[in-house]
Design a protein around this ligand. Structure first.
Ligand code: ADP
Length: 539
């Protein structure tokens, strides 16, 4: 080998900000601040204020390598922290306000954060947490001046704090493998685990996600992240948008249909993304009010399987393309994205559309995939054989924060805990999570496929399928439905609808109408459902 002779410029988060502020200084950022008027500035303004925030954090004693925690929504001040803290070498731990107090205290203590910056409407939560936080010495409320601070927590005000600081920052040249963001998995089993994203992973992920094979933004796009900034950095959108020069619209903490529609129409949003529950609400809003989707062209959906009916409604009723993605906190989070290729276009319009609507996505440059059977032998990419999904690549976790052992095998493969098929064109389909698979008489039933079919039945808002113990078959599927108000959908109607769509032995043994519990990241909480209905089919 002889060494290459090109430059080794490190890939840094500050490089993204510098680029956007130089190449797209006047491209807008609009933010729905909490209990304040809409905030409007641009990438040059972001660079100026992120610099002020970095100076302020330094003045508070935060050093390179230290962790600071944000407890915040999709707002401009949160975005500023995304660049301020990692910019000088600190790590931003983006805590999820929807976690329980126990889990939040656990993650903030585990991160050993010294400063906690929080949104105005989360003050009560912070006051409850404060006595349990071992290392936090400084609290900062992300608000404009003169915030009234009742109660125990003596918090500084963000705007007052940064006001006297110089704009911009002479960002240091860091090691690109230094930690930049700390995100915890929601930990439906055991304690949450910390994934420490490096600068290199964030930048490579941002560049990869920007490709036309993935999100494919241009400077003409107007991007509104409805995935939370604290959930795997809003799927990288706060970096992909500036890398591509797109306008950013931050919806604050209001993700209801009316609030989203208002911003889409007013700001000319062309691209948005979030978990399916948000789009269920948005589509219901459009249907109820008889409105169109305004300027919206594409909606990225992931975090849970996209119901086929949702993708079809977006396209046929509103002319909006659905872009399904699959990923995990452990993968930054982009793993696969469902975008067309000549190979599937050649199958004809109808079949190509079906693939786009029903697959989680296709192999992307940067993330290797493989599926293996129970013996660890690789399964064929035939679109039919399911196996345990493993991933590898420069933006996939190697080891969890403060753990001694690697999270991967010796060859670097990370076991996702998902079961998937992959076809010859590299399109991957998740059939289940390992822990949600229903094993009936030794055969697998895909809870995701059943949910997907059931949610297409008129009147069904959310469909959840879990396996519950059964005296003869070991486990059988149970379908829990949250219906649209006043629709009057019945068990018989649902079963008849399903009979035409799934094989007979997959039909759920019972259909119940109940509220479907969601996790802190908006996914169906199957653990709660399994516990609730454990004895339902006990014979
Ligand atoms: P948590 O486990 O904390 O919910 P993540 O948000 O990282 O953490 O969730 C990752 C999991 O979400 C994946 O392993 C997969 O099971 C599920 N998931 C993500 N995207 C999709 C999708 N498009 N279809 C089906 N499941 C998905």
């Amino acid at each position: 080998m002889i060494p290459g002779l090109m430059q080794t410029t490190p890939l840094l988060v500050s490089g993204v900000l510098k680029y956007a502020a130089t190449a797209h200084p006047r491209r807008e950022i609009v933010s729905r601040a909490i209990e304040e008027p809409l905030w409007r500035y641009d990438y040059a303004g972001l660079a100026a204020r992120a610099g002020q925030a970095a100076h302020a954090l330094r003045r508070l004693g935060v050093a390179s390598g230290d962790r600071v925690t944000s407890l915040a929504w999709n707002t401009h001040r949160h975005l500023e922290l995304f660049y301020a803290a990692p910019g000088f070498g600190a790590v931003l731990h983006t805590a999820n306000p929807r976690l329980s107090d126990d889990q939040l205290a656990y993650t903030i203590n585990h991160a050993a954060s010294r400063v906690l910056l929080f949104e105005r409407n989360l003050l009560a939560q912070v006051e409850r947490l404060a006595p349990r936080l071992e290392r936090v010495t400084t609290y900062v409320m992300l608000a404009s001046a003169a915030a009234h601070l009742p109660g125990a927590v003596d918090a500084l005000c963000y705007e007052t704090l940064i006001a006297g600081e110089p704009e911009g920052y002479d960002w240091p040249t860091l090691d690109e493998n230094a930690g930049a963001f700390l995100c915890y998995t929601s930990g439906t089993t055991g304690d949450p685990k910390g994934v420490l994203y490096s600068h290199r992973a964030i930048v490579l992920h941002g560049m990869g996600a920007g490709l036309a094979s993935a999100f494919g933004f241009t400077p003409f796009d107007v991007v509104m992240p409805c995935s939370s900034l604290y959930h795997a950095t809003a799927w990288g959108l706060p970096f992909v948008a500036p890398i591509c020069g797109a306008k950013l619209v931050l919806p604050g903490d209001r993700m209801d249909g009316a609030s989203l529609h208002e911003l889409i129409a007013q700001e000319g949003v062309t691209f948005t993304g979030g978990v399916p529950t948000i789009w269920t609400m948005y589509l219901a809003y459009l249907a109820e009010t008889g409105q169109r989707a305004a300027t919206l062209k594409r909606v990225m959906i992931g975090g849970s399987a996209v119901p086929r009916a949702m993708a079809e409604t977006f396209k046929t009723r509103y002319g909006v393309e659905t872009l399904q993605i699959w990923g995990m906190t452990e993968t930054c989070p982009l793993g696969v994205v469902a975008t067309p290729t000549p190979a599937i276009a050649a199958l004809g319009e109808e079949e190509a559309q079906e693939i786009i609507w029903t697959r989680q996505g296709r192999l992307q440059f940067g993330v290797e995939l493989k599926i293996v059977d129970e013996q660890g032998v690789e399964c064929p990419w035939d679109g039919a054989t399911p196996g345990a999904l493993k991933v590898r690549g420069p933006w996939v976790v190697r080891r969890y924060f403060r753990q001694d052992a690697d999270a991967t095998d010796a060859e670097g493969w990370f076991d996702t805990g998902d079961i998937a098929t992959i076809d010859a064109n590299g399109f991957m389909r998740i059939t289940d999570r390992t822990k949600d698979v229903i094993k009936s008489g030794g055969e697998w039933i895909s809870s995701i496929d059943l949910e997907n079919a059931a949610v297409g039945c008129p009147g069904v808002r959310i469909a959840a399928v879990v396996g519950v113990p059964h005296p003869k078959w070991e486990e059988r599927p149970l379908l829990v439905i949250e219906a649209h108000e006043g629709h009057g959908v019945t068990k018989d109607a649902v079963l008849e609808f399903l009979s035409a769509r799934v094989v007979k032995w997959w039909l759920p043994d019972d259909v119940l109408f109940d509220a479907v519990p969601l996790t802190s990241t908006g996914k169906i909480d199957k653990k709660v459902l399994r516990d609730r209905y454990r004895d339902r089919l006990a014979g």
